[in-house]
Every structure is written in structure tokens, then in C-alpha cells.
Design a binder for this molecule. Sequence first.
Ligand code: HDE
Length: 713
Amino acid sequence: MTEKEKAEEKGKNPKIDDLYMNTEDGSGEAMTTNQGLKINDDQNSLTAGERGPTLLEDFHFREKMTHFDHERIPERIVHARGAGAHGYFESYGDLSEFTKAGFLGKKGKKTPVFTRFSTVAGFKGSTDLARDVRGFAVKFYTEEGIYDLVGNNMPVFFIQDAMKFPDLIHAVKPEQHNEIPQAASAHDTFWDFISLMPESMHMVMWAMSDRAIPRSLSMMEGFGVHTYRFVNAQGESFFVKFHWKPVAGTYSVTWDEAQKISGQDPDFHRRDLWNAIENGNFPEWEFGVQIVEEKDEHKFDFDLLDPTKLIPEELVPVKLIGKMVLDRNPDNFFAETEQVAFHPGHVVPGIDFTNDPLLQGRLFSYTDTQLSRLGGPNFHEIPINRSIAPVHNNQRGGISRQTINKGQSSYHPNSIGGGCPFQAKMAEGGFTSHHERIDGHKIRTRSSSFLDHFSQAKLFFESQTKVEQEHIVEALRFELGKVMTEDIRMRMVGMLSYINDDLAKDVAEGLGIKAINKPKDPLNHSFPADADPKDYQPKEVKKSIEKSPKLSLMASPGKGIKGRSIAVLADDGVDAKSLESYKKALTQEGADVKIISTHSGSINDSNGNSIKVDHSFLTTASVLFDAVFVPEGVKSVDTLHKNPDAIRFVDESYKHYKFIAINGDAEQVWDMTYASRNPKPKGVLFNQDPKAFIDAVSQHRIWEREDAKRIPV
Ligand code: HDE
């Protein structure tokens, strides 16, 4: 960004203005050492003679190499791979009845945010399309300090107590002896642990569903997972669950695509987010809350403090209270996306915690982990983590301290410093914890209200559409098929039979398991050594709801085709009118249209105009697109219909339930496909106008295409 552009941006987003203090731009400037000394030769070391050894005196070489040697920091132990963006949150209106949080205050109030999305299990360099949970962490730079909502794209979690987190992560990460497999839960240690942990079954249903392979980061929901508290100015508290609802709708890819995308473009999600922002198609989410009054804490058939449970939207509707727009890519990945440090304990007045034992453990872990990741206690001073609200306290020193604290005293109370910095009264914005009455014994146990492990797993599975249920079965067949230990597979299938008999049967069939052993006590292995295992076994409770249609991805479609990528297969001689009319209409609707041809460079259309080729069949693949269009044109069609890559492109799109538009003589290309054996192919539009194609693509996929699976590509 030029200085002029920077100047123009000033004043729009206070956090971006704040970051400019640390932003460097070398354009038009001389190269210097870190000490500001202008460098004359950055190519050659200082040596004794033309062919002689390098001299220790070469401070420039030493500085350059030393810095390089220390460029890396430890990657996050979980959520290592991620992508982030800046933006803003805008409040829809006054929420003071429930919370005094200022950023949720008056209508139209804008707060800068930085949001980082991530996968959980893979290393920093792994693929975006792993079957995995996605992190959805939002840092609000509010006027009252930083508020972090560190959530996931699934509303529940695998375990109920933070004590089990290191075990869960050791089980899912690559196995300790050989560090295999990368970014995958499909291996023995993960399923060994899960098969002994019935509390994980609800989350397993989510993780095996299409939610784990989103089409785009901007097409997934986000959830705070835990029940938090809102507190209003009168000190009244409400339980609250947080939701992010993508304006673009919720969509996924198929597992076959996910695996192929991982090879074709491991940066698929990261690139999609980057390009959307660069193209001005800013991803948006609405922010929603489910609010439960304190008096209703025990009215549900599950415990609000249990993070393996959600509140069905049919029981407590989601109230939309604001919108987040991501409109600016970071300037530097390391400085911003890598160094950003989230912590569920970063709250502002009006937001507080519950006693969810998973949340309580997280409140310790996040600051602790930054100490080794970011090298010490001053990570809050790193520009991306810096609050835009002023920071004053008596913390001093520590590695890489940036702040120059003035004055003689660094303690409280003091008289030398006039008693400053002083404690703020509540009316001045001072944070006070909610006055919750706590009365109990000091014990290590799991509340018996946490023992219903299957009802919501069942509710989730049975609320999915048929297609989604099939995908869950296929995912489990894949994952358990990769498990080498027979006993683990058997145990898992037995566990599934507590969720749904057909599910267990279908998975068993795929694994060649003839008889399902429904495991008996102890089904749960998570209890103290001296306890009676019987006290810890899953208990079924009466369900207050049989189905929750909102749990299906298909319940939240978006509108239009903004952000979709459309492949146009063309070669020399492509009909100018056919190509242009489609391209124009699709682009106008916000789609990203790419011309794909037999070679890179350019092609000539039927009018002799040169058209830039975006990709050749060598540099792209159908799995990177949402739909495909083959325009007419005698010469173009003649070339394409003889090209096996073009035919495979169309067949593979068909296999993945994508809409296909074929114009005029391009039917010759279609006729060469395997898919054309079906005389009435669903979702293939012959000679239709662009509008019909746009309407079709806005549905995302044509799941009713029964023969899609039969395509042998
Ligand atoms: Fe995290 N988690 N987590 N987690 N988590 C981290 O913190 C942890 C959990 C989540 O983009 C770590 O800074 C414990 C639930 C996100 O930088 C670490 C437990 C949810 C991110 C950590 C959980 C999350 C993290 C690693 C169980 C959804 C990435 C690096 C008690 C509500 C944030 C770091 C980013 C990252 C601990 C469970 C979300 C180790 C102990 C549940 C989105 O502190």
C-alpha cells in the first residue's frame, strides 16, 4: 500500500490507524541494516581476498544471517494452520437490557475486528481441506479493551472437562512414534480415544458431517460453544450462547473433492478468503445470541454448563444483534495472523463466564501458551494484539518490553504517583466479576447432569437430510477404515449403535463387520480410580425435541452466487457472444469467472478478439470451481471434445453434483463424457440463458443427481 493509499484509509478503522505506527514500507527507500546504516552491497560477504574466507568482522552478513536463523516461532499446538483478516463489527441496536457491553450498544456502532480461521489438528503447512473442526476466533478492539470470542464452526466439543484436552489432542495429532498422519483424524490413536469416550459422540457426529469440509470460510457458521454470561448495568445476569451466521449461506464440498483439493490447492480456503476481500466481495456474518434467563437455568433436558450440548434453535431462537464484515487483508502474515493471540478470558464489562469446566480450563491455557509461542509476558504489546483502549498498570519489564513507563512508582497503593494508575469504579467502566453464589465441597467429579451422552448425537444425526446422513456414514467408513486395530473399529461401531441403529449398521457394512456388539458397562472409561464405574455410565434422558431442522446445513442457504468460482472451458474460435453474455452476467452477480483452456496465455474468440486464459488444464482442476460452462464455437468445441482433460473436467464436475451449462455445439463435448450416458441428466443446462444458470448455481449443488457417484473419475 502506498503512503497515499494509507493516508486515504486513515480514520476509517481505528485499529488499522494504530497498526500504521508499526508498518514499514521500503518502496523508494535505500536498504539499511537494523541499525539504520545504509547498505552498499547486499550480495557479497566480506572476504579476505577474492577467493578467501569470510571475515568475522562482516557485521552486515552476521546480522542478516542471525535474524534469518531465528525467523520461526513455535507454531500453535492446536489451530496451527490459519488465515486471518481485518474488518469491523456493527451493532444492530441497543442490547442494554441484557448486557452493558459498549460495543453491543447503540445501533450502527462500529468496532474494529481481526478474525482468524483455522484447522485444528494439522501443522502450519498442512492442507486447508482436512476433515476437521474450524477455529473461528474474533478479536474485537473495543473502546473498553479487547474482547476475544474464540469459537469454532461447530457448537459443541469432544470433551466436558479441560483436564482431558491434552489427551484428546495427543490422540488426534500425528502419532507420537512416527508423526503420521498429517492433518487427519483417520488413524488409530484418535479413534481409540474416542471409542472410550462416549461424551464425544455428539461432536463426532458434527466432525463426520459436511461441516468439517466447508466450501469456504465465509460459508460456515461460528459458535462460542460454551454458555457465557451477559451482565447488564443493574448487575442482572443472563446465560448466552453466541452464533455467527454467514450471509453467504452454509455450504460444503464433498469428501472426494476435499481430498483432491488438498493436492490441487492446499491453500484453497486461504486463497478464497484473500481473493474475496481483494475483489471487494467482503465476507459477512450476522452475530446472534440465544439468551436464557437465570431462572430457566434448569429447565432444559441437558446442563447449560455441559459443552457437549447445544440449545436447539427451535427451543431458544437466535436473536441477531449485529454484523461482521471482513474487508481488509493483513499486510504481513507473520506480524498479524501468526502473532495474533486470542484468549477467551479477554472480556469487557457486560460479558462474563459460567462454570463450564471446559471454559474454566481454557481461561488458564490461552495466556500460558503464548508465553512459549510469543516468547514472554509482553505479547499484548505486539501491534496486532495491542488494545486501542489505553493500557495503564504496574506490570513492568519482561523480555522485549516496548512500553516506556514513566514515573517513580510501579505499585499500588502508592502516594508518590498520586495513587495512579487508579482503580476504576464500575460506573467508570471498571470490570467486576458477576456475583455468583458458590457453595460446595472441593471435589474431583463429573456432575451427574453431564451424563447424557447420546441424546443430542441422535438429535443431530436424525435432523440431517438423507444426503447429509449418507455423508456421515461415508465419513465414518473412511475414518474407521483407516484404523488398523480391529477392536477399535468394533468398539466404535458399537458406540454408534447407541446413536442410531441404521447408522451403526451402514457403517458396519462398509467395514465388513458382521455382528455389532453393543458395548455394555463400562462404556465410559472416564472416572476416578476409586469410583464405581456404574456412577459414570451414560444415562438417557427424556428428550424435549425429536428433530431440529436448523441443524442441517441445508437449513441456511445463502442468496445469489457472490464469491462462487465458475470455470469456462474454451479454446480458439469460442463464440464471442456465447462467452461474453455468460461472463458478463456471472461477473455482475459477484462470481469469479475463469477461462480454462488447453494452453496458458491467450485464445482468440470468433470475432478475433484476444481473450486472456486464466488456467490451462495443467494448472487447475474442476474441484477448484463451483460450476462449469462450455460455450459454443465450432473450432473451440472441436479442440475441447478431443481433449481428455476437458472431458474429465466436465465428468468430475458432474460427479461432484455441480451445475453444468452447455451451449449450442458444445454438446459435442458433453457427448464425450461418461455422464452423458444418462439421457436425462439432472442439473445440466442445455442452451439456457445465463439467468437460469445463475439461479441453478445459487443452489450450490444438485444433490438429487442419483447417478453422480457412478462417474469413474
Ligand atoms: Fe482452544 N486452544 N482449547 N478451543 N482454540 C488454542 O491457544 C484449549 C477449545 C480455539 O486463531 C491454543 O493461542 C484448551 C474450544 C481456537 O489463534 C490453546 C481447550 C474451542 C483457537 C488452546 C480448548 C477452542 C484455539 C493454541 C479445552 C471453541 C485458535 C494456540 C479446555 C470454543 C485461536 C493458542 C487462533 C487455540 C487451548 C478447547 C477454540 C493451547 C485447553 C472448546 C479458535 O491455548
